[in-house]
Design a protein around this ligand. Structure first.
Ligand code: HEC
Length: 148
C-alpha cells in the first residue's frame, strides 16, 4: 500500500513535470531505449573483451533488455517526430519504413536467438554477441544521423 501511494505520487510528480522535460515524447523515449541497448551491449562487451568476468545472469538480462527494446522501438516513430528533442533519427526511417522495419526485425531475431541460447559460458556469449552487434551499424548507417 505504501509503495502504491509513493508510486502514485511519483506519477503525479512526473505528470507535473512533463511539459518541461517532455519525457513522454517519442524522440526522448526512443533515445532512452537506445541508451538502454548501449548499456546492455557495453556490459556484454566487457565480458567478451575479458574486462569483466562472465556472468550468465547479467548476460541473459542484457540480451533480454535488448530483445524488449527491439520489440517496441518501432512504435516510437510516429509522424511528427522526425525532428526535435535532439533526435538522431534519419529521414530514411519515414521515407523507407519497410527497410527500417526489416533491420529492426533482424535485430529482434538476433536478440531473441541470444535469449534462447541463454549463454552458459564466455564462448556461448561470444557466439551470440557477434551476430547481435552487427545489427547496430547495419541500422545506424542508414537510419541514424551522424552527429559531428
Ligand atoms: C533498427 C535500427 C537500429 C538498430 C538495430 C540499433 N539501433 Fe541504435 N539507434 C537507432 C536510431 C534510429 C537511433 C537514434 C534515435 C533518436 O535519436 O531518435 C539510435 C541511437 C542509438 C544510440 C544513441 C542513444 C542516445 O540518444 O543517447 C545508441 C547508444 C545506440 N543507438 C546503440 C545501439 C547499439 C549498441 C545497437 C546494437 C546492439 C543498436 N543501437 C542497434 C536505430 C537502431
Amino acid at each position: 500500500m505504501k509503495f502504491r501511494t509513493m508510486f502514485a505520487a511519483a506519477l503525479i510528480g512526473a505528470a507535473a513535470f512533463a511539459p518541461a522535460i517532455a519525457a513522454d515524447e517519442p524522440q526522448v523515449v526512443r533515445q532512452e531505449m537506445m541508451k538502454k541497448v548501449g548499456g546492455a551491449t557495453g556490459a556484454m562487451a566487457k565480458m567478451v573483451k575479458g574486462e569483466a568476468d562472465f556472468d550468465a545472469a547479467a548476460a541473459l538480462a542484457a540480451l533480454t533488455a535488448i530483445s524488449e527494446v527491439a520489440g517496441s522501438f518501432g512504435e516510437q516513430f510516429p509522424e511528427g517526430s522526425e525532428t526535435g528533442m535532439e533526435t538522431e533519427a534519419a529521414p530514411a526511417i519515414w521515407s523507407d519504413r519497410a527497410g527500417f522495419d526489416a533491420k529492426l526485425a533482424a535485430f529482434k531475431a538476433s536478440a531473441d536467438a541470444g535469449v534462447a541460447a541463454a549463454p552458459a559460458d564466455l564462448d556461448g556469449l561470444k557466439a551470440v554477441f557477434g551476430p547481435l552487434t552487427q545489427n547496430c551499424g547495419a541500422c545506424h548507417e542508414t537510419y541514424r544521423l551522424k552527429k559531428s
